[in-house]
Design a protein around this ligand. Structure first.
Ligand SMILES: Nc1ncnc2c1ncn2[C@@H]1O[C@H](COP(=O)(O)OP(=O)(O)OP(=O)(O)O)[C@@H](O)[C@H]1O
Ligand SMILES: [Mg+2]
Length: 163
């Protein structure tokens, strides 16, 4: 194989999670689950209520930690521990089924929420936050007047646009 194709080959596997177990109290939510996703692939995870779909997604996104012994690789890199910040940086994003807006925060804060995240407390750059939100909204519509409105003040139509 030609050397210049190597980086593309390295990206062909997006996720490889193996031996995933998760126990909540006495409940075995996941028991030795293997899940791999190739770059560019679309997968549908189907199963009855309580079968562990959300738990698996939460482990992939660093919300929950699996029981010790799990294998976790993202884009070929092996991780011993995944936090939500690390998962996001590694390229994992989730669109949760539940409404995921902070009603008491502004439209700009909701859109650019990631700029507020970090491992340590620090001052928030509202200039940067506003710019990130403005750029994101500008790609969708001409109406950027709602940036500083609180989400619970929006009309149903505006709320749908934000989602
Ligand atoms: N935080 C938790 N504490 C205790 N038990 C939990 C917790 N989260 C999930 N469980 C249990 O783990 C099992 C898997 O739940 P999970 O929510 O992952 O299933 P699911 O496939 O997403 O279900 P649904 O289709 O209802 O969304 C269930 O028995 C659930 O009750
Ligand atoms: Mg679920």
């Amino acid at each position: 194989m030609a050397a210049e194709t190597a980086p593309v080959m390295a990206l062909q596997e997006a996720l490889r999670f193996s031996g995933i177990r998760k126990v909540f109290g006495g409940v075995k939510a996941l028991d030795d689950v293997d899940f791999a996703v190739g770059a560019g692939e679309v997968h549908c995870l189907a199963g009855e209520n309580g079968s562990g779909k959300s738990t698996l997604i939460k482990i992939i996104t660093g919300v929950y930690q699996p029981e010790p012994g799990a294998g976790m690789q993202i884009f070929g890199q092996t991780y011993g521990h995944i936090s939500p910040t690390l998962a996001r940086k590694a390229g994992i994003a989730v669109i949760w089924q539940d409404l995921a807006l902070f009603a008491e925060m502004t439209v700009a804060e909701n859109i650019a929420f990631e700029t507020l995240l970090g491992n340590r407390p620090r001052a928030v750059s509202y200039t940067r936050l506003r710019k990130v939100a403005q750029d994101a909204l500008a790609r969708l519509s001409d109406d950027v007047h709602t940036l500083s409105a609180k989400v619970d003040q929006l009309s149903r139509k505006q709320l749908n646009e934000l989602l």
